[in-house]
Design a protein around this ligand. Structure first.
Ligand code: SF4
Ligand code: SF4
Length: 429
């Protein structure tokens, strides 16, 4: 039975016509990119269900939780510690900003050379199409790249926003600043929720977030098998859903899928034949529903075996040590864990270069696709160092810079096909 959520969307203040338009486009894209795939594991049905209810059941759960007094906290970046939100009995949601709304709205507020992700989150707010954004009692921004930092000044006039200062180096002074920012965040979340953040609450938040990341790490390891047991598209989808699903339910469903993938690996069964060129995707995050590049690459006869990305391994690589201790000690551990994230806004950022090479090696990738959202200076510039390091390892790199529009798909596909051809030739096929 289909449930009608119109009244809920109306209560959230959504523009119903624009929202309907978004859902129609999303549904058609999902059919083409996802449901057309052959030989998907059974366990993907849970994630298909999550997408089918992305603006329905999950939003209803958030609204019910809000009615029961819990707070919903939205964010756009990996540097926002969900453990702190969970410790205040809050619900953390990653706001996607992965679709092009045509910038009819943000066009008057943001410069033309703003990356698609920033444009998208401002557009989603102005167009009133995102129930997660509207359900968020607070949105936490961060001072990562200049574009985001300045956009939050505008966004803050439209929504209750708190901006976390993320340093750009990992010096001692930066660590002190970052730790003090977590104190400021704790105070803001306590104020919002009326819940005191205790050592017990933090320990529970750490346990929940660690379990989720451990399941995602397990998935990442399984993809090292040849043939690859899961498509890159499906792996990306799972990484996108982790930002809005209930974390404990998500972890259970992902572990069940991993059990199935384990069996596939034992049987030597894959989603693409052995010998299919294996590609690691590296660079900017692909937030939902940005599926363009993985779709083109896999449609062209390659398979993606890993994502060196915030919607991928950059966000799941490190766990917070589950130490006993005071609230301060636990916050120290959280601060330390988050400062290990190797986003390109940091300098120097040797860790990321090393990680790309290590991932390519561990996943038996034949080559790396370096993805940059147009106008993203940090990742576009860092591509040079990534290329240098991969060359030294004899690994080819394809640099692609694009936005969320579909206008360049033909040109992108031609370049991807040539890259895959080169990978096949390199293998001597
Ligand atoms: S790329 Fe950097 S700024 Fe963007 S979401 Fe990831 S950590 Fe945050
Ligand atoms: S993709 Fe680049 S420019 Fe865009 S928000 Fe992320 S770091 Fe900033």
């Amino acid at each position: 039975m289909t449930v009608d959520y119109t009244a809920m969307w109306q209560d959230l203040g959504l523009d119903l016509a624009a929202h309907e338009g978004l859902l129609t486009v999303l549904g058609a894209a999902y059919d083409e990119v996802y449901l057309s795939q052959q030989n998907r594991p059974e366990g993907m049905s849970y994630f298909d269900f999550c997408v089918s209810e992305i603006h329905g059941l999950r939003v209803k759960e958030l609204m019910d939780a809000k009615a029961a007094g819990r707070k919903v906290v939205g964010s756009f970046c990996l540097y926002v510690p969900e453990e702190i939100i969970l410790a205040a009995n809050g619900i953390a949601v990653g706001l996607c900003s992965g679709a092009d709304m045509g910038s009819a709205h943000s066009g008057r507020l943001l410069p033309k050379n703003t990356c698609a992700m920033i444009r998208s989150f401002v557009d989603f707010k102005l167009a009133k199409v995102c129930p997660y954004m509207e359900a968020s009692d607070l949105v936490i921004g961060e001072t990562t790249c200049d574009g985001k930092k300045k956009a939050y000044e505008i966004f803050g006039e439209l929504h209750n926003t708190f901006v976390l200062e993320v340093p750009h180096t990992k010096s001692e002074a930066a660590r002190v600043l970052w730790r003090s920012e977590l104190d400021r965040l704790v105070a803001r979340v306590e104020d919002l929720s009326g819940v005191a953040i205790t050592a017990e609450g933090l320990a529970e938040g750490i346990r929940i977030a660690n379990a989720k990341r451990a399941a995602l790490q397990r998935l990442a390891r399984l993809r090292a098998a040849s043939p690859a047991p899961l498509s890159g598209r499906d792996a990306l989808l799972i990484n996108q859903i982790q930002f809005y699903d209930d974390p404990t339910r998500f972890t259970g469903s992902l572990n069940a899928l991993c059990d199935e993938l384990d069996e596939r690996v034992q049987r030597g069964e894959g989603v693409a034949p052995a010998g299919t060129p294996r590609v690691l995707v590296s660079g900017c995050p692909m937030s939902a529903p940005n599926w363009k590049i993985p779709f083109l690459l896999e449609r062209s006869g390659g398979v993606i075996v890993g994502e060196e990305s915030c919607v991928g391994e950059r966000g799941t690589r490190n766990l917070v040590p589950e130490v006993d201790g005071s609230r301060e000690r636990l916050l120290d551990a959280i601060a330390e864990r988050y400062l290990k994230i190797d986003c390109a806004v940091f300098t120097p950022n040797e860790e990321r270069i090393d990680h790309v090479v290590a991932m390519a090696r561990d996943l038996n990738a034949d080559g790396v696709l370096h993805y940059v959202i147009q106008f993203c200076t940090p990742y576009a510039t860092e591509a040079y160092r990534v290329d240098e390091a991969l060359r030294a390892e004899g690994l080819p790199l394809l640099k692609l810079e694009t936005d969320y529009s579909m206008e360049d798909t033909g040109a992108l596909e031609t370049r991807i096909q040539a890259f895959l051809e080169m990978l096949r030739a390199k293998r001597g096929e």
